[in-house]
Ligand binder design. Sequence first.
Ligand SMILES: Nc1ncnc2c1ncn2[C@@H]1O[C@H](COP(=O)(O)OP(=O)(O)O)[C@@H](O)[C@H]1O
Ligand SMILES: [Mg+2]
Length: 244
Amino acid sequence: MPTVAFVSPKGGAGKTTASMLLALGLAEQGHRVAMIDADPNKPLVHWASLPGRPNTISVHAAPFEIDLPDALREANGKRPDWIILDTEGSARVGLSFTAVKPDLVITPLASSALEALQALKMAEIVANAEKKLRRPIKHACLLTRLPAAVRPKSLKSIVEQLRVNNIAILPTGIIEKEAFRMIFALGGDLATLERNGVYGVGQARTIAHTYVNAVKEFMGLAEPPEQAAAPAPANAQTVADRIG
Ligand SMILES: Nc1ncnc2c1ncn2[C@@H]1O[C@H](COP(=O)(O)OP(=O)(O)O)[C@@H](O)[C@H]1O
Ligand SMILES: [Mg+2]
């Protein structure tokens, strides 16, 4: 069962949003997803308390490190196909996420030049986690909250810095979209947003699907070519498109 942890040394990077989009995208593809909310502010628990949660997504609270084993046990009890851990961003990111034995750690980064430092710090933390677990953990950065239209120079600089330091970056970034914020205000999924007339849900859905497939591909779980989904539509820009 693939397990993905969203971890970054900084709050506000987009972990909770990216973990939610992954869960919603996987659920739309027919997977059962258990999410562990390891943030004392419980943003996913709050989302789950709103109407419209797909019944294939369960949310398990682990507000403190000590709660993680119980939350994991509860999550496993739901017999999920995927486990997704969302963590609290803080300057002192520990190795608590190792409790879920992640196959992949995703570090969301906003597109500002300083963010590459977060990625370097995180790569070190993942290396320590690998030592602790004595098994490899994949690590990839995800560019989030990308400005919709412009191609900022800072984006090119981050991508370069990650490349130089051999840190992987998912080929699809997540742009800044009101629809992604509204999921947490309205609850439910992208279809709920559509019913509520939220602007730009179609594009949000395309981005979410392209991102989910990029995660699967990075984990070596992509479907064989004959079963693979149609190629990404034109409005799902890749990171390479964005930096020109
Ligand atoms: N792609 C996005 N489009 C629009 N708003 C976003 C996006 N990603 C994050 N946000 C907003 O930015 C803020 C921080 O994002 P969040 O996912 O909560 O980050 P973290 O979990 O890393 O603290 C939230 O208000 C969230 O709604
Ligand atoms: Mg969060």
